[in-house]
Design a binder for this molecule. Structure first.
Ligand code: TTP
Ligand code: MG
Length: 443
């Protein structure tokens, strides 16, 4: 009886207007009763969900269009930097078939009238920080994933804002357009996995909701590649086993999946059923993952130091992979025989979790330090951590690195199955006990 009397403004099926934020009185009107906008948000769980993923639309291109309004209705491509590929294309250029990471010559063949702009990373970083600060005004639980996207946990903020998270998010999207001059898409759900999928569903200027009730049926007909961590190589493994849809995984037993695919099987089991316990962590940026070792006798030659660096890089990589995170800054640490500490770091173009990339960057840094100095400790780590979603993108120019990444995925699978010692790489193989880290330290 009371439910029937409840004011319509609290009825999630009546929803609200994403343009003027007015709560709607009825559940069936196609346009906002207050401003006439067709952009209404409605969902049975609209006022119960609080975990969001926000991703700016065509970020670099949107910033450039903001600064050059005459480009608003033109196809714009940001790219042609060092790699000669498309960084991003505005949605008009995408309609013509232009995609991120496409070689420039192909993009221009698809869309000859496109305006090409060289990336201005400093400007994008500045706007990215501004967007992040606006997010942090909504909740302390903001987990940045990359320059233009983040997870937000808005649980418990309703009193503070005087409105439920769904409205706070819609207001954020509206303010972003007004105050920064770019747009974003919002995904609202109960877990990270589905919030991230939702933010991609109605791009640009999207606002999509995936509730707990519908999660399993929503996922059933989706391809397995929708699952976080199922890349090209693993998709091929699943295809060989006849598994194409998430629905097929939903019907499989947990034990069976684990027997077949190791730790990945566990993930397939949970995510296919919409089960994802990962919390939103605000402090990713501050932390680092590293491993170091102190030798019994001081070492100076690359022959002695390099295999240890390799083993430590693998250790760091395996921890990153387990945690589902990646790091963008590689840090080499050395302690000389007279206890002086040297740290050297290098920032990569993209976050990585690959042992090979961590090692080769560490190796470049180490080369400059192997000048006869004797060291008692070596360590390697990565900082500037983020979620693994954006890590190690396929690099069209550097095909070698893509092959190495695939090989590393295969090695990981074998190790999952048969243990670490089953597969050794050239640098650690046959070095025996002498080169093994003698005392390990982790952080
Ligand atoms: P994305 O959020 O993946 O892409 P986007 O914001 O351009 O487009 P949308 O989210 O609407 O699909 O990446 C954010 C920025 O990162 C993008 O504007 C440019 C940069 N980027 C690259 O430089 N290279 C890439 O391959 C990708 C995917 C992104
Ligand atoms: Mg984006």
């Amino acid at each position: 009886m009371f439910a029937a009397m409840a004011p319509a403004v609290n009825n999630p099926l009546a929803g609200f207007c994403r343009d003027c934020l007015a709560r709607q009185p009825g559940i069936s009107a196609r346009r906002c009763e207050a401003c006439g906008s067709p952009r209404l948000a409605r969902h049975a769980e609209l006022y119960r969900l609080s975990l969001a993923h926000i991703d700016c639309d065509a970020f670099y291109a949107a910033v450039e269009k903001r600064d050059r309004p005459e480009l608003r209705d033109k196809p714009v491509i940001i790219g042609g930097g060092k790699r000669g590929v498309v960084s991003t294309a505005c949605y008009i250029a995408r309609i013509n078939g232009v995609r991120s990471a496409m070689p420039m010559f192909k993009a221009l063949a698809a869309c000859p009238e496109a305006v090409v702009i060289k990336p201005d990373m400093e400007k994008y970083a500045r706007v990215g920080r501004q967007v992040r600060e606006m997010m942090q005004a909504l909740t302390p639980l903001v987990e940045p994933i990359s320059i233009d996207e983040a997870f937000l946990d808005l649980a418990g903020t309703e009193k503070l804002h005087g409105m439920p998270p769904a409205l706070v998010l819609a207001r954020f999207a509206r303010n972003l357009e007004k105050e920064v001059g770019i747009s974003a898409s919002v995904g609202l759900s109960y877990c990270k996995f589905l919030a991230k999928i939702a933010s991609d569903m109605q791009k640009p200027r999207g606002f999509a909701v995936i509730g707990e009730e519908e999660a399993v049926s929503f996922l059933a007909d989706k391809p397995v590649t929708l699952i976080w961590g199922v890349g090209k190589a693993f998709d091929e493994v699943l295809e060989r086993d006849g598994i194409r849809t998430v629905g097929q995984l939903q019907k499989m037993e947990r034990g069976d999946l684990m027997k077949r695919y190791g730790t990945m099987g566990e993930r397939l089991y949970h995510l296919s059923r919409g089960m994802d316990e990962r919390r939103v962590h605000a402090d990713h940026e501050a932390k680092s993952v590293s491993a170091e070792t102190t030798f019994d006798t001081d070492l100076a030659s690359p022959e002695d130091l390099v295999p240890v660096l390799r083993a430590l890089s693998e250790k760091v990589s395996s921890r990153l992979k387990k945690a589902g995170i990646a790091g963008r800054t590689v840090v080499l640490k050395l302690k000389t025989s007279d206890f002086k500490i040297r740290t050297r770091n290098r920032q990569l173009a993209d976050p990585t979790r690959l042992a090979d990339r961590i090692f080769s960057t560490g190796l470049e840094l180490l080369r400059k330090e192997t000048d006869g100095t004797r060291y008692r400790l070596i360590g390697i780590g990565v900082g500037d951590l983020s979620d693994a979603a954006r890590a190690d993108p396929p690099d069209l120019v550097d095909l070698q690195s893509r092959k190495r990444a695939l090989a590393e995925g295969a090695i990981d699978n074998l190790r999952d199955k048969f243990g670490r010692s089953a597969v050794e790489t050239g640098y650690t193989f046959g070095k025996g006990r002498n080169a093994r880290p003698q005392r390990d330290g982790d952080s």
